[in-house]
Design a protein around this ligand. Sequence first.
Ligand SMILES: [Zn+2]
Ligand SMILES: [Zn+2]
Length: 434
Amino acid sequence: MDVIKEGVLCECGKVHPESRVGFSIKKGAISDLLQLMPDLGCKKAFVVADENTFAAAGEKVCRLFDENAVGYTKYVFPSGKLEPNEKSVGSVIMHFDDKCDIVVGVGSGVINDICKIVSRVTERKYIIVATAPSMDGYASASSSVIRAGLKITLDSKCPDYIIGDLDILCNAPKKMLAAGLGDMLAKYVSICEWRISNLINGEYYCEKVASLVRDAVKKCVADPQGLMNREEKAVEAVFYGLVMGGISMYYAGASRPASGVEHYFSHVWDMRAEEFGTPCELHGIQCAIGTLMAVSLYEKIKKITPNREKAKKFVEAFSYDEWKKVLSDYLGKAADAMIALEKKEGKYDVIKHSARLETIIENWDKILDIINEELPKASEIKNLLDVIGCPTRASEIGIDEKDNAKAFASTKDIRDKYVLSRLAWDLGVIDEIM
Ligand SMILES: [Zn+2]
Ligand SMILES: [Zn+2]
């Protein structure tokens, strides 16, 4: 983290806050728990795991506590699919031992999302013992959850400490190793889109944060075969990258450095799975597929010459009511929040569009430069995913590719964020490039 000077004015004009999350990534890192507990002023741990993560690392944690006379209470979720919803958060709360002054989560995405909420609600310190380098939510202060049947992001608590024990991480299921790299590949697109939005909308951008993420991605893609062979150096690079992904968002005060349109493909598939029971996959696997789709679409965008008349005609013909109907049919209840967001934001407003379009046309060469500088070739991404045995197409995870165009169109409505699908809409080509 030498690149970023915390607490002093950065050249981006922002004072990047001090990242308080500690982490250690090494063999045997789990033993650090013994020192961390007193360092954090804690005596008794509330250990949370599911059956799989308990076998992978929870047992080790409990043995370590037993052997060193550290008090703890444990709660292990019963077998079955664990979702970060009211039921699972409620279960932990109802089993919570009030004498515990720290929550120790043992797991990856779902366990961490649940424990981040529990530690916030109970106002306890929180350590996550990671069981897989599978997603970049370790170092974030929010939880991706399903509330009242809707997938949303809730403010929660950033862990006080992240334990990345390579003895555990290297033994994670191969699919989770692939997913972690997938979540890192997403960063090519997110940095590219961050710069494009900075250019078109004057959105805040920090080159130092971007370069921190770029460096981490570079290390992650250096040895995909090594990752699949569970080699420590390769696993360490991916886990470090994922932790950095979370910290970079904290520095930027936004999700821009780590998530763009490729994540929105994943969100759309998750929303549909929740609403209609359609198939879905691990976050990082979906992000990998989304990244390949996004990079391929950027290759098509590069071949376009912006046409003012065409774009204006397209926007004039755009029907707000039709848009609402298509979105609601495709995403169900989840569309309501997106429609409300648009009401506030007004991105489909003809006058606002016209202003953006002029900026786009004026800066088209610069936009092409950004795409060329930030994105690898789609064929390179495809080769890399083949090496790690990761699906490369939506159909491989059970998603009907006839819906790809709808998924892409919906990505522009998920958040108030300028991503590829918005650029394609602004150019009037969104219906033809998918
Ligand atoms: Zn900065
Ligand atoms: Zn992600």
